[in-house]
Design a protein around this ligand. Structure first.
Ligand code: PEP
Ligand code: MN
Length: 360
């Protein structure tokens, strides 16, 4: 077997003293729009200029991209500004056209990562390429699909690989367009520690005023870079208008975002501590969400009890639950004392919610 090439090499070669930044519009719309944005990003921290040429729209009837014509505009971006170029590819023809036009970075979109057939077709078309290839997470929170795509591309001898975390769609209401589910990105990073991990706060949030905070969380979690949708006139964008920011805002963000660099002893310690604390914050938020959901279920039960005129407190059932939880808790190394205290508090809160329902 040959030597394993570290996929980080392409990123290390850029010798950046800050996280990688990929920016540009969601879609290439006109030559003028593409070039104007690119000139504003010239000389900033941005290394790669992104623009979608073929747009995977969930519903038909929306702007579906300018097609191959946009690749010529990206070539002009490169020759006029020196920025490297990036676009999404979703089939063999896209790959061939992008390679013909010397696009430097090709990414696989979330709607493609869900399909092993498509991923394999793209991997075959890219076989052995030196271009950078980034794989977005699939739309659904399925780590195996994401890992599978990485494995297919690795098997196609694609050396310069990386992944983009763009969040996961949900049926229910959420403050995010796509829930971050940070733990999935962290797990992927644990499985493939040499793969650069890029965050896409634009598609996670869907709203420009949330982009900064999600970017900061990603950097706190030690992501290697950010891909941020940037447009000269965001509100007039032909796709994803609500989430795009101006180049000026982006430049301000690069100044305001706190970046921790790896370094020696004391600094290394505080760095590590901050990273772990960021992980704790993620888990704590999940706990709150889960507890909130539990109360919703308790309320639904409260409504049923009200209809049937049944008492809120049913001790037999409660004692059964407690016994079960103490046993389950042991398996997670949680003490009996803790489980009893925790579930007493949860139970009390549920009763309060149910009482409220009976009163209403
Ligand atoms: C995009 O980057 O514009 C895009 C379509 O993203 P995603 O595949 O994450 O939806
Ligand atoms: Mn977009």
């Amino acid at each position: 077997m040959g030597k394993i090439k570290k996929s980080r090499k392409w990123l290390d070669k850029l010798q950046l003293n800050h996280p990688l930044l990929i920016a540009g519009p969601c879609s290439a719309e006109t030559e003028d729009q593409v070039l104007k944005i690119a000139h504003e990003l010239k000389g900033t921290d941005v290394s790669y200029y992104r623009a979608g040429i073929w747009k995977p729209r969930t519903r038909p009837g929306n702007f579906e991209g300018v097609g191959a014509l946009g690749l010529k505009w990206l070539q002009k971006v490169k020759s006029q500004t020196g920025l490297k170029t990036a676009t999404e590819v979703a089939n063999r023809t896209h790959v061939e056209l992008a390679l013909e036009h010397d696009i430097d970075l090709l990414w696989i979109g979330a709607r493609s990562t869900v399909s092993p057939f498509i991923v394999q077709e793209i991997a075959d078309a890219l076989k052995g390429t030196n271009k950078v290839v980034l794989i977005k997470n699939p739309v659904n929170p399925d780590l195996a699909l994401w890992l599978g795509a990485v494995e297919r591309l690795k098997s196609a001898e694609i050396k310069n690989l990386g992944v983009i975390h763009r969040g996961f769609s949900t049926y229910g209401k959420s403050k995010y367009r796509n829930n971050p589910e940070w733990q999935l990105a962290i797990e992927l990073q644990t499985k493939f520690p040499d793969l650069p991990l890029i965050n896409d706060p634009s598609h996670i949030t869907g709203k420009r005023d949330m982009v900064f905070d999600v970017s900061q969380t990603a950097l706190d979690l030690n992501f290697d870079g950010l891909m941020i949708e940037t447009h000269i006139n965001p509100d007039a964008a032909w796709s994803d208008a609500a989430q795009q920011i101006t180049p000026k805002t982006l430049i301000q963000y690069t100044k305001d975002l706190k970046i921790r660099k790896e370094s020696t002893s004391e600094v290394a310690y505080t760095d590590e501590l901050k990273k772990l604390r960021a992980q704790i914050d993620v888990v704590d938020n999940q706990l709150l969400e889960i507890l909130g959901n539990r109360m919703l279920v308790a309320e639904a039960i409260g409504k049923l009890k009200k209809e049937k005129n049944v008492a809120v407190l049913q001790s037999k059932r409660w004692n059964e639950i407690l016994g079960k939880m103490v046993l389950e808790g042991e398996q997670h190394k949680l003490s009996e004392e803790f489980i009893l205290k925790l579930f007493k508090a949860i139970h009390q809160e549920s009763i309060n919610h149910q009482k409220q329902i009976l009163k209403d």
